[in-house]
Design a binder for this molecule. Structure first.
Ligand code: G3P
Ligand code: MG
Length: 241
């Protein structure tokens, strides 16, 4: 399969990350897929936001886990990025999945459960993917690899990917041990011999987060399966060179 472009937190170079505006711009730019991050609210709703706290990307403060959905939905998740995005809300996963289904996108759902052990986040996500008939267009990733094992047990058909920063020893073997079907490595750990070995193991490699032109060129040259990037149009420029 040819290389895919995933818009990291939506097309986050041009719109506030993890908002519907950023996901819509990813669609407009022709991204194959979008990446998004998930947390649970105080009342156990699945919401799309990167941090454990709302301070960086909204006009509110506090922890996502200690705010109800109603409280979170009153926050402005757009103005910090630009006045024209004033009024953007923290999306529910269901809203983004509606767009994904409508537009025929791929989606990389990152479970942000490596700092907070959210009970049932995995089963909530799987249930929604089944409802929207998106199991086969999704890859679920996490830095918590036990969680990915749980995902696989709940839904053997869904693609899962270990996220990692360290230069893992033989990640293809490790992936097999965890039971995942892809890897999402931190970009500098991706080298030629590693990509070759993963290909031999039939293990797609989708490094993050690829924003520098030089790094785009290097990774395209190595034949990785996808780029996860904030800069969707730049990635297409490099792909089409
Ligand atoms: O999925 C790749 C990337 O999103 C992981 O890091 O912190 O941007 O969620 P982060
Ligand atoms: Mg992420």
């Amino acid at each position: 399969m040819s290389l895919q472009v995933y818009a990291h937190r939506g097309y986050s170079a041009v719109a506030p990350e993890n908002t519907m505006a950023a996901f819509q711009r990813a669609v407009d730019a022709g991204a194959h897929g979008i990446e998004l991050d998930l947390h649970l609210t105080k009342d156990d709703e699945v919401v799309v936001i990167h941090d454990e706290t709302v301070g960086r990307t909204t006009d509110g403060k506090g922890r996502v886990r200690e705010l109800t959905l109603d409280e979170l939905r009153q926050l402005d998740a757009g103005s910090w990025f630009g006045e024209e995005f004033k009024g953007e809300k923290i999306p529910l996963l269901s809203e983004v999945l509606t767009l994904v289904a409508e537009k025929g996108l791929l989606v990389n759902i990152e479970l942000k459960n490596n700092k907070i052990a959210y009970a049932n986040l995995e089963s909530k996500v799987i249930t929604m993917l089944q409802e929207y008939d998106l199991v086969h267009r999704t890859v679920i990733s996490s830095f918590d690899h036990y969680s990915l094992r749980k995902v696989k047990e709940l839904c053997p058909d869904v693609d899962t990917a270990i996220l990692y920063m360290a230069n893992l020893f033989e990640p293809w073997e490790y992936a097999r041990k965890v039971g995942v079907t892809s890897i999402h490595p931190y970009r500098p750990t991706v080298v030629e011999s590693m990509v070759a070995k993963c290909r031999e193991y039939n293990l797609p490699v989708r490094p993050f987060t690829i924003n520098q032109v030089k790094e785009m060129r290097r990774l395209i040259g190595l034949g990785v399966d996808a780029l996860i990037t904030d800069k969707v149009e730049q990635a297409f420029t490099e792909l089409n060179r």
